[in-house]
Write a protein that binds this ligand. Sequence first.
Ligand code: IVH
Length: 259
Amino acid sequence: GAVQDIFRKVRHPAPILSLASVTDVTGIGSWYERISRLDRRVEDADYCIEPKFDGLTVVLHYREGVFVQGATRGDGEVGEDITPNLRTVRAIPLRIPVASSTVKAPPYLVVRGEVFIYLKDFEGLNRRLEDAGERTYLNPRNTASGALRQLDPGITASRPLNIFTYNIVYSEGEVPGTQWETLQYLQELGFPVCKLSRYCPDISSVMKTAEERIRERDTLPFEADGIVIKINDLKLAGELGSVGKDPRGALALKYPARE
Ligand code: IVH
């Protein structure tokens, strides 16, 4: 509650949508049946599978390649301006493209990502706090979220925050037509993109990859609360529309909650 009074509000250039979720692979089958009944093109669709990063959603604005504003998701329409704090996150490029890139940044680009803390960095942070006789943190997600909502960016800077980007919210200029190309494009511009995302040519490959990801959950170097399955063709995904704030073209498969 206090956060709303402290930070300036910013309206997102497009709604920061949420995700419908299921708890097992049969739910993926039902989702596929439902959307392919709505639009037969889904039968020929390909997909992209990504980890569902358990962090804090942020929206990053770049004008002429310069990082000018960063906000929290808020209610999906309006978020809180946390630009000074995000400037201290070393993984967030302050200028795109990064020096080594061959691509050109569009005049205005708004990117969505998830700020998180790697498990090994979280353990290191807690060890240092313990050695200093200070209170330790319970989990990486709340630590990341608390660090971004500080009034003093110096405190944010002292936390080992990281980011994965995965979505273009808004762009002036040409951007890729598929999710898989979007991830490659973001990476070429210099944004951190998760290497564990996978291209799936069809729904049976989605089911197989989803089963593997459920088994591999404990091998991840960061916390994920599931996987996200996305129709690769962004035009088709957009044309499928939304149910409330949940786009039909994407689905979360949530891992069971940990004790
Ligand atoms: S896509 C239309 N991809 O999960 C785009 N969301 O329950 C919809 N999240 O707070 C979101 N990892 O920020 C997408 N790889 C990922 C994600 C992801 C984490 C978050 C998202 C939102 C929540 C939705």
